[in-house]
Design a protein around this ligand. Structure first.
Ligand code: COA
Length: 292
């Protein structure tokens, strides 16, 4: 059976490719489940530091949820549709939004419906000049269901988002750039090099620092500024005892390049020798792995 999501790792960056080109990479349940399972693997793979998400074929990033499939769930009843379709799709976009390694969407073509919602959810996105975006759910007489009524207004502002949500009109990569949906628009041939270049500029930094910034932004964004500042302080507190922050400061002071440890392992200071392991366990991964 064809793999619904292709996975290839190069230079510590994994490329995940949505792979139903004859269906414009429509997101059926099996594809979403496969993508979620690959994300689980990537999260704990120390050899992978960033993700590029793209679509196979020359037409589409993704034309959205698989309409034939979810129409069956809708016919089964509201509970089935919520369980099989809405919850699954929302889980995917929430997972991408909060992922602790950077995910860069390389939007290579059509990004309609769920394809557009994935682009809204990921922390970074680059579009080919052949990309085309749309929120076409209104044409099916339904609201978007993978976060599209929530993230686009936060990214683009209420009125700009509502015009797209209520008309279903397609919009260009240049408009997506203006709306803050993508970081850059590049010529089609430059899409993957540009995505790799962005990934490379991020993975040269301390991995825990990258994770703490992604987490602070994803968790803080939808809260009040006061609560967001608490999230930021909490992320700093996680970084403060790490070898990487000590190294970053020492390297700057010593005018040399830093050599990252890349783990959450704490430096043991003299006054901390009797600190219990329990406290560290609550801070999640304790693996020590050298990173360049
Ligand atoms: N779900 C299921 N299948 C889809 C799909 C989707 N969202 N989008 C495209 N496909 C399939 C088509 O059924 C067709 O397969 P088939 O030849 O076996 O029937 C194939 O992909 C090519 O699509 P087609 O519609 O023939 O291409 P087109 O160039 O004429 O139109 C679109 C492109 C994107 C305008 C059109 O496919 C479309 O409207 N797709 C649905 C977009 C949408 O509403 N997404 C949100 C869903 S909530």
């Amino acid at each position: 059976m064809t793999d619904l999501v292709l996975s290839e790792t190069r230079d510590r960056v994994v490329i995940l490719t949505l792979n139903r080109p004859d269906k414009l990479n429509a997101l059926n349940y099996a594809l979403i489940d496969r993508l979620l399972s690959l994300l689980d693997q990537v999260e704990t793979d120390d050899g992978v530091r960033a993700v590029i998400l793209t679509g196979s074929g020359d037409r589409a990033f993704s034309a959205g949820a698989d309409i034939r499939e979810f129409a069956v769930s809708v016919a089964e009843g509201t509970d089935a549709a919520l369980r099989d379709f809405v919850t699954r799709g929302q889980h995917l976009t929430a997972r991408l939004e909060a992922f602790r390694k950077p995910v860069i969407a390389a939007v290579n073509g059509l990004a309609f419906g769920g394809g557009c919602e994935i682009t809204e959810a990921v922390p970074l996105a680059i579009a080919s000049d052949r990309a085309l975006f749309a929120k076409p759910e209104i044409k099916l007489a339904m609201p978007p269901t993978f976060g599209g009524t929530q993230r686009l207004p936060r990214l683009a502002g209420r009125k700009r988002a509502l015009e797209l949500l209520l008309t279903g009109d397609a919009f260009s990569p240049a408009r997506a750039l203006e709306l803050g949906l993508v970081n850059h628009v590049v010529s089609h041939g430059q899409l993957m090099p540009a995505a790799f270049d962005l990934a490379r500029r991020i993975v040269s930094h301390s991995q825990p620092a990258v994770a703490s910034i992604l987490t602070a932004v994803a968790r803080g964004l939808n809260q009040s500024i006061a609560e967001g500042l608490l999230v930021e302080a909490e992320q700093f507190a996680r970084m403060a005892p790490t070898a990487d922050l000590g190294e970053g400061l020492a390297a700057w002071l010593g005018r040399r390049r830093p050599a990252w440890d890349g783990s959450w392992t704490h430096i043991t200071r003299p006054d901390e020798t009797r600190r219990s392991g329990r406290e560290q366990d609550s801070l999640t991964p304790q693996k020590s792995k050298p990173n360049g």
